[in-house]
Design a protein. Structure first.
Length: 140
């Protein structure tokens, strides 16, 4: 499903492994084309898996109306904490009260909220954190 909606995520090999209302997990494989000049996962690849997981968390929250709304990543902040080696797991969750965010969408036709994503390596070490601000509006 992810590849049909976000071809770039498919291009880098991102795989969604879990989607729940307001939470999701995605995995970035390790592959030669995803590495940087020092042999660790490239910063852009790390962002790609984080953004995909955050979008899946949003989709999980609004699954019943997903075809009648437009979600857009509005801003993002990333902190690189350690060199990222091997497969990377991105665990995303909506910050704040998901029910209130959903009520704003239902009542006002639009809402904004942040999704926190923690990226970890196979040993469970936190290698980066990302916060993605999402804007969701009902389609006209």
């Amino acid at each position: 499903m992810l590849g049909s909606v976000v071809p770039f995520a498919k291009h880098v090999g991102v795989e969604l492994t879990e989607v729940q209302p307001g939470a999701a997990t995605a995995v970035l494989p390790e592959a030669p084309h995803l590495l940087n000049h020092i042999g660790t996962q490239h910063a852009a690849a790390l962002y790609a898996v984080a953004e995909a997981a955050s979008g899946a968390a949003v989709a999980g929250l609004i699954a019943d109306v997903l075809m009648s709304v437009t979600p857009v990543a509005k801003a993002a902040r990333i902190s690189y904490l350690k060199p990222a080696r091997g497969p990377i797991t991105a665990s995303a969750r909506i910050n704040g009260d998901a029910a209130a965010m959903r009520s704003r969408l239902d009542d006002a036709g639009k809402t904004e909220f942040a999704v926190q994503v923690d990226l970890s390596d196979a040993a469970g070490l936190n290698v980066a954190t990302v916060e993605v601000d999402w804007y969701v509006r009902k389609n006209a």
